[in-house]
Design a protein around this ligand. Sequence first.
Ligand code: MG
Ligand code: ZN
Length: 221
Amino acid sequence: MKIVAAKKILKANDQLASDNRAAFSGQRICCINLVGSPGSGKTTLLEGLFAQWGSRYAQAVIEGDVAGQVDAERMEQIGVPVIQINTDGMCHLEASLIAAAARDLQLTGVDMLWIENVGNLVCTAGYDLGEHLRIVALSVPEGDDKIIKYPAIFQRSDALVLTKIDLLPHLNFRTAKARADMRRLAPEARIFEVSAVTGQGLPELAAWLSARRAAVAAPLS
Ligand code: MG
Ligand code: ZN
């Protein structure tokens, strides 16, 4: 019987992720891993941010989905270079897939490389992809209990973006509770409340990302 230890696989992933991060840093590319449930509004958030910035940054996107290229087509439609990874059943992305996709993408001159992970709040938490920032999107229709139910992904994120907040009047989502639960798990993480419909919160999120990107792009002293 062959037994494969999950710990060993994760360790190999961590090494590849470190290599990815070093390569991105060397090219002054800020890499962001965007995670969240299916339907949490990840792609729409990207569209909103890119519209917010206009031509200020050169963007590139790696789309991770089990099947199909729906999100990649949306990126192409707005003129953003994109590569679609179809995981063929696998419910998360791994660093090796990012390394391969990054080789295929033209990254020269790119300021921000976005990875839209497979919609999943569970195992995406365990895989470092080589990102500088991890952002978790939680749409308010999903409920304010998700932070408590899926702590790992929230604990390991640099920012929580509550999306679709224009729907709050129709829901029982307790924003204060979500904020308190996130604070407990990740005291350093930033929390943003965003609506892609009204544009609320997008300028604040864009400004924070710009500052974080500047820190990655700053020449080493
Ligand atoms: Mg999407
Ligand atoms: Zn998975």
